[in-house]
Ligand binder design. Structure first.
Ligand code: ATR
Length: 281
């Protein structure tokens, strides 16, 4: 690549119009003196591979992949990292000369946001994960490897929770159930990995599920607190966080995979929060 030609990157998804990834990666580039051309690519169902091929043909370094194509991306790449293979999903493609590598930075993004930005380490904690779809699958391995006392996966459809946990070897530290069948002892941290926040349809849970002074975290980011976060606040959470920090941290790890350089993610996160402070309603 010529020294002055920008690093070509993109995010592929559907929908993709509201993605903040271009802004985040351009901010990383500005920090590190790397010119970045980061585009949003709307792919129609069945067109994922064709869109990636086109990016490669025009010399892109890689791309991010978002809903609903993370499993397609796992199938597309020539080599998948261990964490991508465990998640069965890829959110970052890296285009090397001949091959395409796939990785998944979502889990590490969540852990960094929890530990570094929010001061919430996982070790020794009782954690409840709501949801058993792709988003939950992506964070389960990284959460378990951080030494929690327990991760309980609860899902509207109980059988999906049971089959999700069956794929992870974490005897005694991992359990699963339906939403109606939750343990009595409260959790230190409840993470919403369901798609309910996307359509604003969260059904409240018993407030006794959250330890007094515990934390709630929604993987989704939104301008106003999601119904899940509002529930958490009513249930006595000392901290209620949306997924903007995770978004920035997963992006930082993707940027590192493409460039070998680590951006100062906290600075970019603070900038985003200043630009669009969350409303308090
Ligand atoms: P993603 O990749 O975003 O995880 P997914 O694989 O379609 O998407 O999974 C969506 C998750 O959100 C599932 O756990 C789903 O529960 P079911 O398995 O019972 O379908 C959950 N979900 C979606 N809408 C929900 C709602 N209104 N209330 C509770 N859970 C919901």
């Amino acid at each position: 690549m010529h020294a002055s030609s920008p690093l070509q990157l993109a995010v592929i998804g559907n929908p993709v119009a509201h993605s903040r990834s271009p802004q985040i990666h351009c901010a990383f580039g500005a920090q590190l003196g790397i010119a970045v051309d980061y585009r949003k690519v709307l792919a129609e169902p069945g067109q994922f591979a064709r869109c990636v091929d086109a990016l490669r043909a025009r010399g892109a370094r890689g791309c991010n992949v978002t809903i609903p194509f993370k499993q397609d991306a796992f199938g597309y790449c020539d080599v998948a990292s261990e964490r991508a293979a465990r998640a069965g999903a890829v959110n970052t493609l890296i285009f090397d000369d001949a091959a395409c590598r796939g990785d998944n930075t979502d889990g590490v993004g969540l852990l960094r946001d929890l530990a570094d930005n929010l001061g919430l380490p996982i070790a020794g904690k009782r954690i409840l994960v709501l949801g058993a779809g792709g988003a939950a699958r992506g964070i389960l391995g990284p959460l378990l490897s951080s030494g929690p006392q327990l991760v309980h996966v609860a899902n509207r459809t109980a059988s999906r929770a049971t089959s999700l946990i069956a794929g992870f070897a974490a005897a005694g530290r991992l359990a699963g159930s339906g939403l109606q069948d939750l343990p009595e002892a409260p959790f230190d941290l409840i993470i919403n990995a369901t798609a309910a926040s996307l359509d604003g349809s969260f059904s409240p849970l018993p407030s006794t599920l959250l330890r007094a002074g515990g934390a709630v975290y929604d993987l989704v980011y939104a301008e106003a607190p999601t119904p899940f976060l509002k529930w958490g606040e009513r249930a006595g959470a000392a901290l209620a966080a949306d997924g903007l920090g995770m978004l920035v941290e997963q992006a930082g790890e993707s940027f590192y995979l493409w460039t070998g350089q680590r951006p100062r993610t906290r600075e970019v996160l603070n900038g985003l929060r200043r630009a669009a402070p969350r409303r308090s309603n």
